[in-house]
Design a protein around this ligand. Structure first.
Ligand SMILES: *[C@@H]1O[C@H](CO)[C@@H](O)[C@H](O)[C@H]1NC(C)=O
Length: 233
């Protein structure tokens, strides 16, 4: 196993370890943080909302997350489930509830952000995670088609250890078949330039994810990551 693969697996493990064992994960794309003390200051990503799972049988969350140095997982989420959706949207049917949230230190609890919105297939859901120098918190902003619907601020004094996308089925399977979908316009700003930041990007069941930097390693741009269909039956 190459060291790049090991590093990628470690990054995935640190992102996902906070979750209850019972949850299952589909395909993903992720990358570890730049070497300490460097860190990710900004991570923006846009989900083109896919059709709901077929059949709708359980809670599915599509998200991007950042594992934080204090054990938190900063994760705005896009949720489809039967009945009332987590996040406060009520019954979303074959749509999704969009809400900012943080899974607190080692899954001691999930804090749900202020506000929520309902997104339909084809909508653009943008998650923006920004380190706030004034407060030392990480601020989350969740937008649907450019309209801000949810915010949350958390993880005081912590820095982002990595970034990843996820298809997550709560409390184990089944979650039906999750259609192929795309994350677009992923943008990172690092605290300091790191020309090797892209080297350990990886995952499973994805295509695309080509990373470019216009400024020698501080800002990184990914136009599209396509996440393959996943069968949670
Ligand atoms: C990230 O998103 C925020 C909106 O929440 C925007 O103001 C900022 O310019 C974006 N940053 C980059 C580097 O795209």
């Amino acid at each position: 196993m190459s060291s790049a693969t090991s590093a990628m697996k470690l990054a995935l493990a640190s992102l996902f370890v906070a979750h209850a064992q019972a949850n299952s994960f589909g395909n993903s794309w992720s990358l570890p943080a730049p070497s300490s003390p460097n860190y990710i200051r900004v991570a923006n990503s846009t989900l083109i909302v896919p059709d709901a799972p077929n059949p709708i049988v359980n809670e599915l969350a599509l998200w991007t997350g950042m594992g934080m140095s204090n054990g938190d997982l900063v994760q705005s989420v896009t949720i489809n489930q039967p009945g009332d959706a987590e996040g406060g949207c009520g019954n979303v049917g074959s749509d999704y509830c969009v809400v900012a949230s943080t899974l607190d230190d080692g899954a001691s609890g999930q804090s749900i952000g202020n506000g929520h919105g309902t997104a339909s297939p084809g909508d653009s859901v943008m998650f923006s995670y920004i380190y706030n120098e004034q407060t030392s918190n990480t601020d989350q902003y969740a937008y649907i088609n450019g309209n801000l619907v949810s915010t949350y601020s958390s993880s005081n004094g912590a820095h982002a250890n990595g970034f990843g996308t996820a298809e997550e089925c709560q409390d184990g399977t089944p979650c039906g078949v999750v259609p192929q979908h795309q994350w677009t316009d992923i943008t990172f700003v690092l605290n300091e330039p790191d020309e090797s930041f892209a080297d350990n990007a990886g995952g499973n069941g994805y295509s695309g994810g080509y990373m470019s930097t216009p400024d020698g390693g501080t800002t990184w741009y990914v136009s599209t990551v396509t996440i393959d269909e996943y069968d949670f039956s």
